[in-house]
Design a protein around this ligand. Structure first.
Ligand code: GDD
Ligand code: MN
Length: 358
């Protein structure tokens, strides 16, 4: 017994053929098709209601949120009648004749996550991709590689048992719902079935630059989930590095405008610290509770100044009191920066961006 979840947006012309092909390959099985359509302006609703008299097909049309493939799939999973769930695209890119092989894998061991993969031996895609699309796809896969050992975690063609995941824990955004389920579910292993990914014949892809930005936001959530504070520390470091660039730019800008180098140094601290505060609020600690801006900014400034005190103090102490550092000042500088960074991160994580205070 199988529930097939198909997210759609403007696929009215593809749905009838998909449904017919599914019927062909699944004869003798109990299954249902759940079309989760984001209120497409085309004929999708009419097409589905016509098909539903002849095929085991249901249409869901969620409302009240922006259009989103991954969220549509989550809604389909919640609504499914059976525990074995297959997710696939409507545009016939995913070969229905692999479904039985996938089912067999789940029946043999119910705890596996089965994925239709383009990137293992015998898997492939249709025509020559443009270099741009190729790089994009591989970069996206590479960025997910610390999270999973799967060779094609970007695939939208996968099967799993719903008993292995609590749908309430799913918090995806964008396209990569397979990756989301793979990371948040409790699967024993991954089974990759080679597929040939065919380019759609009708309609067009909805993947665009905005979806790629969403992927970055989605990845951040998954890294935080998997690596917790280490992911925050990493992002905090990235933000700090970008703030350093802001600092340098303003330092030179002020001097170009006529300020002395000492004044420029004192001035450029402010845009840099504000930049860091804002990015940490939006990126590093964005899942944390929002605290009042002015107060949080002030605390961040204070903690940064204290961090600078530690940085400078340690440098001064080591280079005057310890003979090794008198000879190796750079080492003292690095230690100072490292100690201050630790201090800043701990202060930010526990106080400035904490959840528990107001
Ligand atoms: N409900 C809903 N909401 N469905 C959507 C939305 C949306 O906002 N956007 C797209 N879909 C549906 C499409 O109608 C189609 O059935 C399926 O999701 C895939 O969308 P495409 O626009 O055809 O995606 P693609 O071909 O560029 O990408 C596919 O291949 C990628 C790998 O190259 C997808 O399978 C991706 O998940 C996959 O990463
Ligand atoms: Mn497609």
């Amino acid at each position: 017994m199988l529930s097939i979840v198909v997210p759609t947006y403007n696929e009215a012309e593809n749905i009838p053929e998909l449904v017919a092909r599914l019927q062909q390959v699944l004869q003798g099985l109990v299954y249902e098709i759940i079309i989760v359509d984001d209120n497409s302006p085309d004929e999708t609703a009419a097409v589905c209601s016509a098909l539903s008299s002849e095929f085991p097909l249901r249409l869901l049309q969620p409302r009240g949120r922006p259009r989103d493939l991954a969220l549509s799939v989550v809604e389909g999973i919640r609504a499914a009648a059976f525990d074995i769930i297959l997710v696939m695209d409507a545009d016939l890119s995913h070969p229905p004749d692999k479904i039985r092989t996938m089912l067999k894998a789940i029946e043999d061991s119910p705890g596996v996550f089965v994925i239709g993969s383009r990137y293992i031996a015998e898997g492939s895609f249709d025509r020559q991709w443009s270099l741009w699309r190729f790089l994009n796809s591989h970069l996206a896969t590479l960025m997910a590689s610390p999270l999973t050992s799967c060779s094609d975690p970007m695939s939208g063609f996968f099967m799993f048992s719903r008993t292995r995941i609590d749908p309430a824990t799913l918090n995806p955004i964008g396209y990569k719902i397979g990756l989301e389920i793979l990371i948040r579910g409790e699967f024993d292993s991954i089974v990759e079935i080679p597929i040939r990914f065919k380019d759609r014949k009708i309609g067009q892809s909805k993947m665009d630059f905005n979806e790629q930005l969403k992927y970055l936001r989605h990845l951040r959530r998954l890294y935080l989930h998997r690596f917790g504070s280490f992911a925050e520390l990493f992002l905090f470091g990235l933000v700090g590095a970008s703030g350093f660039v802001v600092d340098i730019l303003f330092y030179y800008l002020c001097q170009t405008l006529g300020a002395s180098h000492l004044l420029a140094r004192a001035l450029s601290f402010w845009p840099a610290v504000s930049w860091n505060w804002a990015l940490n609020r939006r990126v590093t600690f964005s899942e944390r509770e929002r605290r009042p801006r002015v107060r949080q900014w002030s605390e961040f400034v204070i903690s940064s100044l204290m961090g600078f005190g530690i940085n400078y103090g340690l440098y001064a102490l080591l280079t005057t009191q310890v003979s090794f550092f008198t000879a190796h000042r750079l080492a003292a500088l690095i230690l100072g920066v490292a100690a201050a960074s630790c201090f800043n991160f701990i202060a930010s994580s526990l106080l400035v961006y904490s959840n528990t205070r107001n």
